[in-house]
Design a binder for this molecule. Structure first.
Ligand code: CA
Length: 224
């Protein structure tokens, strides 16, 4: 699950990003309205968290752009303490929920979970590749009868592989998606993570799911 936070207060953005990543979400942050609008309308996110007061373009304008493009992603607005009108306008413009600053992280997390669950009622909440199952709400992985324990990063990697089954993923694409930046060429951090994940997913099974594509990257295959 990929979440976009558009928030110009860097400390707040960092705090939210950190907290959500610890909960196994992939999180991208934008600090201004223009850049935020570009990302928000990309269709690449499962949930948007939009601050209202932003430089260059405010959160309500971003929300209106998103809805005018018929993107039905759930949106949580962050509003200043006394701005009741903002809430009303936000909900009128198609926001799903709002939080008044300052708020507790647990409160945000509860709203995020509830919106993602609501959104996933129509879609399946379980990804399946061969006998590997990943519950994207409960964050639990299972292969056959074996429960697989995953770290936050391994979970994010596995979900990404499963959503892109049979597609070759380069190291660059993986690092952008999971870490939101490029590693220096020459570091093998991604390979280390993938090897850990691979041993958890494939080691005790005859059929291997994660394969190396030499010189390119990795692919999860559901056949062979
Ligand atoms: Ca702000």
């Amino acid at each position: 699950m990929k979440i976009l936070i558009v928030e110009d207060e860097k400390k707040v953005a960092k705090f939210l990003q950190q907290g959500l990543m610890e909960e196994h979400y992939t999180v991208e942050v934008s600090h201004d309205g223009e850049d935020g609008a570009r990302l928000a309308t990309s269709g690449n996110f499962d949930l948007l968290i939009l601050d209202i007061l932003l430089p260059k373009k405010d959160g309500l304008s971003i929300l209106k752009e998103v809805r005018s493009k018929k993107i039905s992603v759930p949106v949580i607005m962050l509003t200043a303490k006394s701005a009741i009108e903002d809430k009303v306008e936000g909900l009128d413009s198609g926001a799903d929920d709002y939080l008044t600053k300052p708020f507790a992280f647990a409160e945000l997390l509860a709203r995020v979970r509830s919106l993602l669950r609501r959104g996933s009622n129509e879609k399946s909440t379980v990804l399946r590749v061969s006998d590997l199952l990943l519950d994207i709400v409960a964050h639990k992985a299972k292969r056959g009868e074996k429960v697989i324990e995953l770290t936050a990063k391994e979970y994010a990697l596995l979900e990404y592989f499963m959503r892109n089954v049979n597609r070759v993923l380069t190291r660059t694409i993986i690092s952008e998606h999971i870490w939101n930046y490029n590693f220096d060429t020459g570091t093998n951090v991604i390979d280390v993570y993938i090897n850990h994940l691979r041993s958890k997913v494939d080691d005790s099974f005859e059929k291997k799911l994660i394969h190396t594509v030499r010189g390119v990257g990795y692919v999860m295959k559901d056949e062979g």
